[in-house]
Design a protein around this ligand. Structure first.
Ligand code: GLU
Ligand code: MG
Length: 437
């Protein structure tokens, strides 16, 4: 006999989603007061221990209250019991938001954008992952066989994601060995991050119950194709109408869209500390890997960090609602709420200063000379996590994106993880992340 359970969860700075479980029948009554939590949980690392130093110590109590609108439930994963999690917000015991809750930080960034500019965002997070241990025979990248050899995983996955409410759009066998990708429909930023988490957990569960392991790690081997997390965004006005698009402008980028991108590019080196926060993140962020390596905005170029995506006019379709920008310097070792909040804070800085449109660069920065790159303000992204931390420490505006205790916790977690990996060769680090992420 089993009892249906509902998990109230929060995603921490190691990008691990953790929580506690209630009998599903008592969930409604318990959602408002949620589950017990503690500040030091935010200092948990990917390797299990609590980072030291941290601002929290062993004292303090919090709650994680359920966001009733963010319940992801499906009976179709193939597991013995129903998959049922509800995204939660960390609050003090009297219900006031806890200033370091990642989901709250994203909500606050969205509110600041709206308050200062009247604008909002529509977003979708596109995620790649690899499947290990399933015994798939080799197959060509993107091929019919590459997807069908996994049958019935793909159709069952899409059914489970549909039932859970993430609005899945496309599933494909990607370019890497045993690599797949799932996309979903755009939504408001908090929902987009919630969906990214739900997709990760549902994919992991479905592969696990079939005897394999899904990994979203940025690199599972040093010479493997990377697993990217691509964050698509479009600015919209208070009525939900496209605000980032102007058909008369270069690459369709409106003045507001351009200022937002200029802010992101300005802060990119610091931003990578939040969107690519692990040692192996920087094995992926290299030129010629279709990830990201320069402060580079381009029209439909997959090497660019900010890629203006294509629109189609097939069947008379309107490009205005399709036009979006893809931020490619993220991976699944990043907490998606934090990565998106940082992206919004950076873009908001550009909007507030009414930054001019950044150059649209058609040539790969690697092929340009130093003077040309300087004229186009093309800067190399950090090539290590240490470099990203240094870039953030040199960016005073970025240090104000989040509260001081949050920043201290973030640095503590990153440093604890770096210390754990200090003596390991890159290949072993990739393997380890492949098993943990
Ligand atoms: N696998 C690439 C990455 O690491 C992305 C490939 C693509 O454009 O989908 O981001
Ligand atoms: Mg892809």
């Amino acid at each position: 006999m089993t009892m249906a359970l509902t998990g109230i969860v929060t995603t921490d700075l190691a990008a691990v989603t953790r929580g506690r479980w209630l009998p599903a029948a008592r969930y409604e009554a318990g959602a408002e007061t949620g589950i017990g939590w503690l500040p030091a949980n935010l200092s948990l690392t990917l390797f299990g221990g609590i980072a030291n130093p941290n601002p929290w110590g062993s004292t303090g109590d919090l709650r994680v209250i359920a966001d009733r609108d963010a319940r992801y439930r499906t009976a179709a994963t193939g597991a013995e019991s129903v998959f049922d999690i509800v995204m939660g917000d960390i609050v003090e015991l009297d219900g006031t938001p806890w200033p370091c809750c990642p989901r709250t930080l994203l909500r606050e960034a969205v509110a600041a954008l709206r308050a200062q500019t009247g604008l909002s965002l529509r977003m979708a997070v596109e995620q790649e992952f690899q499947i290990f241990g399933a015994g798939y025979p080799p197959a060509h990248p993107l091929s019919v066989e590459a997807l069908r050899r996994a049958d019935p995983l793909a159709p069952q996955l899409m059914a489970a994601l549909e039932e859970a409410g993430v609005e899945p759009e496309v599933v494909l066998a990607e370019f890497g060995t045993d690599q797949f990708e799932v996309t979903c429909a755009p939504a408001d930023p908090v929902t987009a991050a919630d969906r990214a988490i739900a997709i990760r957990e549902i994919v992991r569960e479905m592969v696990r119950v079939r005897g394999g392991r899904a990994s979203f790690a940025p690199k599972t081997a040093i010479d493997a194709v990377g697993n990217g997390v691509h964050i698509h965004f479009s600015l919209v006005d208070s009525e939900g109408r496209p605000a980032g698009y102007n058909p008369a402008a270069r690459a369709g980028l409106s003045a507001e869209g351009a200022s937002f991108c200029a802010g992101v590019l300005r802060h990119l080196p610091a931003l990578t500390m939040f969107s690519a926060p692990s040692v192996p993140s920087y094995y992926r962020l290299r030129p010629n890997s279709w990830s990201a390596s320069w402060t580079w905005l381009a029209d439909r170029d997959r090497e660019a960090t900010l890629r203006i995506c294509p629109t189609t006019t097939i069947g008379g379709r309107d490009p205005a609602r399709q036009h979006n920008i893809e931020y490619r310097a993220a991976d699944a070792t990043a907490n998606p709420y934090v990565a998106i909040a940082a992206l919004i804070r950076a873009g908001l800085g550009g909007l507030a200063e009414v930054l001019p449109p950044p150059p649209l660069v058609a040539d790969h920065p690697d092929t340009l000379d130093e003077a040309c790159r300087a004229a186009l303000d093309l800067r190399r992204l950090p090539d290590s996590l240490e470099g990203a931390i240094a870039a953030w420490q040199a960016d005073t505006a970025a240090q104000d994106w989040f509260p001081a205790d949050f920043n201290a916790t973030w640095l503590g977690v990153r440093r604890a993880e770096m210390a754990r990996l200090a003596d390991l060769p890159a290949e072993e680090i990739c393997w380890l992340y492949g098993t943990l992420c």
